[in-house]
Design a protein around this ligand. Structure first.
Ligand code: PBG
Length: 324
């Protein structure tokens, strides 16, 4: 029925009516808080391009995780900055690694908090690439072996979810096999299944000290132009045993999130990355946009596109807003 019988404005007239017909809403349960952990004590190094985000030593990480938990955020994802790097990134699978120690401390302090470990080598290698480097190329199958070791060591340390982010072929299958062999058949894998080679990771690389010293990641991360290829990536990870599919970044890839949502039944996560945060914060700091409204609109669009879970640096703050 057309106008004037149908008037769309009828249901927009008051706040209460708008509440009743709202189709999507964020909930703290949808949010995952990323945290950066460094060695040392009493360390809190603010990241210039990510206002409110700091590299934290374990003693400072615990209260930050506690604040997230108290606000209703169910999970954190940890990125470790090791005290020493080497060519293969071996600190990533040491039982005494920074994420391993942080995990043990977190599980002791907040047992029900879900601890997700990012599984990748770019923070751990001297060259900053996500695997074993040979003549400028990241070797796929050699890297898989190391990913298995890293995942198993983190499982032993007590993480609740393994999240491989290196875009190696076969990474989910290799990690699944390694975990099963070492008695961790119940460890879920949240795969960064569709990760684009993006300009929006800039601030993160400062935070994680993971900028490649030469070349770029285009040989393993996806070309931003490709949507069909994204579906192939996701399908492969499903057959290899992924328990969650992640799309990253989120904002420039809402079409990919919604296509994945239509095609797969797995829970879908989307990573609201550092560059998305930085551009909004910069505009808000200049008084060019309303910060809180813009954040809610941005995260709301990711949910509306079909993401069940959103990794966002604003998780704790937003969960607090949602409670009031
Ligand atoms: C790789 C990794 C990256 C991010 C998360 N995991 C960076 C990269 O691929 O260079 C980026 C997250 C962000 O930008 O917020 N371990």
């Amino acid at each position: 029925m057309d106008f004037p019988v149908t008037r769309m404005r009828r249901l927009r007239r008051t706040n209460t009516l708008r509440r009743m017909v709202r189709e999507t809403r964020l909930h703290p349960d949808n949010l995952i808080q990323p945290l950066f952990v460094v060695s040392g004590k009493d360390v809190s190094n603010p990241i210039k391009s990510m206002p409110g985000v700091s590299q934290l030593s374990i003693d400072k990480l615990i209260p930050a995780a506690q604040r997230a938990w108290d606000a209703g955020v169910p999970a954190v994802i940890l990125f470790g900055i090791p005290p020493k790097k080497d060519a293969s990134g071996s600190a990533a699978w040491s039982a005494d690694g920074i994420v391993h120690r942080a995990t043990r401390a977190l599980k002791e302090a907040i047992p029900d908090l879900v601890v997700i470990a990012d599984v990748c080598f770019c923070e751990y290698t001297t060259h900053g690439h996500c695997g074993v480097l040979h003549q400028g190329e990241v070797l796929n199958d050699e890297t898989l072996e190391n990913l298995g070791k890293q995942a198993v060591s983190l499982a032993h340390a007590g993480v609740d979810i393994i999240a491989p982010s290196g875009m190696m072929d076969g990474m989910v299958g290799a990690i699944r096999e390694a975990l099963d062999e070492e008695d961790h058949p119940d460890m879920p894998i949240m795969s960064y299944a569709v990760k684009f080679s993006s300009a929006f990771y800039g601030p993160f690389r400062e935070a994680a000290e993971s900028t490649p010293t030469s070349g770029d990641r285009k040989g393993y991360q996806m070309d931003p132009a490709n949507a069909r290829e994204a579906m192939r990536e996701a399908a492969l990870d499903v057959t290899e045993g992924a328990d969650f599919l992640m799309v990253k970044p989120a904002l420039a890839y809402l079409d990919i999130i919604s296509e994945l949502r239509e095609t797969f039944e797995l829970p879908i996560a989307a990573y609201n990355v550092s560059g998305e945060m930085a551009m909004l914060e910069a505009a808000a700091a200049n008084g060019w946009i309303e910060r809180e409204r813009a954040i809610m609109e941005m995260l709301g669009s990711i949910k509306r596109a079909g993401a069940d879970l959103i990794l966002t640096y604003w998780a704790t703050e937003v969960a607090g807003w949602l409670k009031r």
